[in-house]
Design a protein around this ligand. Sequence first.
Ligand SMILES: Nc1ncnc2c1ncn2[C@@H]1O[C@H](COP(=O)(O)OP(=O)(O)OP(=O)(O)O)[C@@H](O)[C@H]1O
Length: 355
Amino acid sequence: MRDIEARFQLERPGFTLDVDLRLPGRGVSALFGVSGSGKTTLLRCIAGLERAARGRLVVDGEVWQDGSRWRPTHQRPIGYVFQEASLFPHLSVQANLRYGLRRSPGASDTPLTQAIELLGIGHLLARRPAQLSGGERQRVAIARALAVSPRVLLMDEPLSALDLRRRQEVLPYLDRLHDELAMPLLYVSHAPDEVARLADHLVVLEQGRVQAQGPLRETLSRLDLPIRLGEDASAIVDARVTEIDAAWHLVRVDFDGGHLWARDPGLVLGQRVRVRVLARDVSLALAPGTSSIQNVLPGVVDAVGDDEHPGLALVRVRVGDALLLSRLTRRSAAALQVAPGQALWVQVKSVALLE
Ligand SMILES: Nc1ncnc2c1ncn2[C@@H]1O[C@H](COP(=O)(O)OP(=O)(O)OP(=O)(O)O)[C@@H](O)[C@H]1O
C-alpha cells in the first residue's frame, strides 16, 4: 500500500482549510487538534463530501481528485465511522451490516465475516441497535465500515460519545484494528491519550493548517509542539514487560535506555507495551539521590526549549534511544545549568502503560 497524498484548500466564511499531507499507506494516522481546527472537514474532503475543496488526493497510487478529475463519494472505497453509530433502529445488527453491501453487488462476504470476528460482535447479530450498549453499537458501526473492503478507514472521534467505561471496552478492538488491518486508518481525535495509544503517525491541525506531521514519537518530542499540548505534553517509549512484582502490584518494563516500574494493569511477561511519559512527571537531577522516586535513569540533554509559561522550560533528554520530555521551572533549569550535551539523571514519577 502506497502513501496517501492529500492536498486541499477549502474556503468557508471565517475558516480556511489549507493542508498538504503525506500519510503512510498502513497503520494509524491521528488527526489531532482542538475543536474547530478542521479535522472533520479534512476527513470530509478525503471522502469526497466537500465538492468545493480544491487540491489533489492520491490513494494507493490512484488519483481520486486533482485539477481535472473528481471521483464522487460513492466511487471512493472508504469506510467512514462517525462519533455516533448511525444504525437503522428497525433493522437487526446483521441487516445493518449487510445494508452497506447492497451498494456493491457481487461483493464477497469474506470481509464482513472477518470484520464480525475482528470486532467480536458475532453474538450480537440478531439484536436491534436499541438492545446494544453504546460501545457495542460503535463496534457494529466499525464492522459495517469494514464490510465494504475499503482502501482507507476514516474514523471521526469514534469514542467521544462514550463514557469512560465504554471507551475502555472499545479501545482493545481499536488496538486490534491497528495490529491487523493492512489498510491505512485516519483517526480524528482531540484526546491525547487515545493518540498516544493508537497512532503511528501524527498530524496536528490548528486553524485549518498543519502545524506538525510525522511519525508519532518524533513529532511528540518536537519542542515546539508540547506548548500546544499543554498539560498533555508527553513522550512515547517502546518497551517490554520483563518482571511482574505481584506483591506490590508493579510491573517492570525494559527499553533501550533502562527500565521503569509502573502499576500493573494486568500485563503478561514478554508483552510489548507503549509507555507514555508525561513531561510534567519527569524531573532532572545532577545525582541519582534518595527520593521516593524509583524510576531514575541516566540521560543526556538533547535540547532545551520554551514552554507556554515564561516561568517554565521544556527539556528533551535522550535516554538510550528514547527521547523523554521534562517540564521544569526556569529557575530549576538555571540552578542545574541545563544545557545540550549535559549528562544528568532523569527521575520519572509515574508512567502510563498503553497495551
Ligand atoms: N457545513 C459547514 N459550513 C460552514 N462552516 C462549517 C461547516 N462545518 C464546519 N464549519 C466550520 O469549519 C471549521 C472547521 O470545522 P471542523 O468541524 O472541521 O473542525 P473539527 O476540528 O473537526 O472540530 P470538532 O473537534 O469540534 O469536530 C469550524 O470553524 C466550523 O465552524
